[in-house]
Every structure is written in C-alpha cells, then in structure tokens.
Design a protein around this ligand. Structure first.
Ligand code: SAM
Ligand code: SF4
Length: 327
C-alpha cells in the first residue's frame, strides 16, 4: 500500500460503507414512503464479485481498514454470509448495520462467516410506537435479534436510535436503561434531512446536548476520548457501560470525517450529503483495470467538500434518501 485516500483538506479516508441492496423489509416513516421506493432492477445491483473487487482495491491500494455493510436492509440480500466471507478475508474491521428483524435466524451465520460487529437500528421500545414508526409490528423480533447478536459474539452490539422531537424523545431514559441492562451501547443520532418523505424540520431535531443532560441527570456520565469516531462517547460513572451521541446537525463531525460510501448500484459518494456521484459500476463492467478504478476512487475523495451545510442557505438536499445511501 503506497497511497491514501486524502481530500484537499487533508482528511484521510479509511472507512468504506457499502450498501448491498436498496430493498428493505421495513418502511420506517422517517426513511421510506409506506409503499417502499422504486427498487433498482437486480441487474443494476453490484454482484458480490464486483463488491469484493472495489473493496480489495480500497484495502490494498489505500489502506481502508473498516468496511460496514448497509442498505436498504442488508440482511434481505440473498446469501449475505457468502459476501461476508469474501470481505472477511481482507482482514478489515467488518461491521453491519441492520434493522435487526432477521438476526434471530442469521446472527450466528454472519458471525461464523467473519462479521465482527453489528449496529441494530431501533427507535422505540414501545410496541405500538415501533409498529407505527417502522410500519411493521416486529419489536419483539428485533429485541430477540439483539439478544441473538450478543449470543453470537458480535460484540460490541450497538443500538442506533434516531431521536425525533414529539416522536420518541420521551424514551431517552428507557433506552439508557435498556443499554445498561443488556450491555449494549446506545447511540443517539440526530434526525437528518435525508428522509424520503421530506418531512424533516429543524424543530424535529433533538440536540445531542439535550440527550446528554437528560440521561446524565439520572445516571451520571463522563466523557470518553472520541478518537476518530463520529459519536461523542460517554461512560456511566457507575461502570454500567457507555452511550454515544451523534450530533450530525448541531455538532457535525465533518472536520474529522474519514468515510466514503458506495451505493448498491456502484455509485461512489464522498459524503452522506454529496450531490454528485462517481460511477464505479460502469468502470467495473467495461473491463477497467485496478489502476483505473483506484484513480477514479482517489479523484472522488479529493473532490470532497469541507462539510454539509444543514441549516445554511447553501445546503442542497441530496436526491437520494438515506435508504438509498445506507447511512
Ligand atoms: N436498514 C438498516 C438499518 O435500518 O439499520 C440499514 C440502513 S439505514 C438507512 C441506516 C441508518 O440510517 C439507520 O440507523 C437509520 O435509523 C438511519 N437513518 C435513516 N434515516 C435517517 C435520517 N433521516 N436521519 C438520521 N438517521 C437516519
Ligand atoms: Fe429500512 Fe433501515 Fe430505512 Fe428503516 S431505516 S426503512 S430499516 S433502510
């Protein structure tokens, strides 16, 4: 490895997020319309071999050391453990973000294939609210999935909670209690303007500082060194674990962002909020060599901007929703 994926602000990119499908078995109201999106035709989705090729270039040429599989819902992609097995051979920190509904059946196979850790998205611990939010009555199945992930040794298991004013901001302490009891790190994520329904409003954002204050008032917390993480991490003073706060809107981590993304149909994005993409699938399918793929990846990263501008007049909402980018 001789090169790095560096942008014009000197940020080195070592974290690759790969969406393996745009399809999903949930319809979270803050992410997808009730009827789902227009799914991408299967032939336009990268094959496992194509995904492996891009990942290998990223790792071998540029020292990418973290790969996270996401979607849509990654567990709806058929034969996912086969892809995990291929990517595990690259010896990277291999992680998965999932809605958790299939983990009761899949967690052990994923771990056996080489998956190291997992993030489960869960925005309510109340069954009726969960059903309303996801449009699926599957809270018990997701909770069972979290237990299955712990049982399979996919640790640390982290919980992603998107906090939304008037929707689930009354559950902050319930989530804290759940995390403390189960030994999972709950990460509270500020709601971002990437919802398919375009319902996002700044008033709906629950500031990370408010989450900290609410939980710390009952279970005192102290800061943990952040490192390169987007999450600010805090530990309970009584030793009952940690929480993460992702202030994507009120305290963006753009200045230390080390992430790049590839969509299910092989479009490379240098930012969650990027309005332009680079077509890797076209390159892969036209017989391009690794040098050409590496050159295009490097160009995509070098064009990265300083950061998103949510709340400023210059902010441009990307055409894709979160389910099409992968989070
Ligand atoms: N289906 C998988 C899941 O739900 O974990 C992976 C894809 S999902 C798009 C990835 C993450 O994005 C989830 O944690 C989800 O809660 C989060 N997300 C979706 N829409 C969001 C939004 N508008 N703002 C903040 N996070 C969002
Ligand atoms: Fe599906 Fe994840 Fe979006 Fe929910 S957040 S609709 S589970 S992609």
């Amino acid at each position: 490895m001789t090169e790095r994926l560096v942008d014009s602000f000197g940020r080195v990119h070592t974290d690759l997020r790969i969406s393996v499908t745009d399809r999903c078995n949930f319809r979270c109201s803050y992410c997808m319309p009730a009827e789902g999106m227009q799914w991408i035709p299967r032939e336009e989705i990268l094959t496992f071999e194509e995904i492996e090729r891009v990942a290998t270039v990223a790792v071998d040429r540029f020292g990418v050391d973290t790969i996270r599989l996401t979607g849509g819902e990654p567990t709806v992609r058929a034969r996912l453990p086969v892809l995990i097995d291929k990517l595990a051979r690259l010896e990277v920190d291999l992680a998965l973000t999932t809605n958790g509904a299939s983990l009761e059946n899949m967690a052990h196979d994923l771990a056996a294939a080489g998956l190291r850790r997992i993030n489960v998205s869960l925005d309510s611990l109340k069954a009726d609210r969960f059903a309303e939010l996801t449009r699926r009555d599957l809270l018990e199945r997701v909770l069972g999935g979290i237990d299955a992930a712990l049982d399979a040794g996919l640790e640390p298991v982290k919980l992603n909670v998107v906090t939304m004013r008037g929707v689930n901001d009354d559950e902050l302490l319930d989530f804290a209690t759940y995390g403390r009891e189960r030994g999972v790190e709950v990460r509270f994520i500020e709601f971002m303007p990437l919802d398919a329904g375009e319902a996002w409003d700044r008033e709906m954002v629950v500031p990370a500082a408010e989450v900290l204050e609410t939980i710390s008032a009952v279970h005192p917390l102290e800061k943990v060194d952040r490192g390169n993480e987007p999450a600010e991490r805090f530990r309970y003073r009584d030793g009952a674990g940690t929480i993460g706060l992702i202030g994507s809107v009120t305290d963006p981590f753009c200045a230390s962002c080390n992430r790049i993304r590839m969509t299910a149909e092989g479009q490379m994005r240098n930012c969650l909020f990027a309005v332009e993409e680079v077509d890797l699938r076209g390159l892969l399918r036209s017989g391009a060599g690794d040098d050409e793929i590496a050159r295009v990846m490097s160009g995509c990263v070098s064009a990265k901007w300083a950061g998103h501008r949510i709340g400023e007049v210059q902010f441009i909402r990307p055409a894709r929703s979160m389910s099409q980018i992968g989070g």
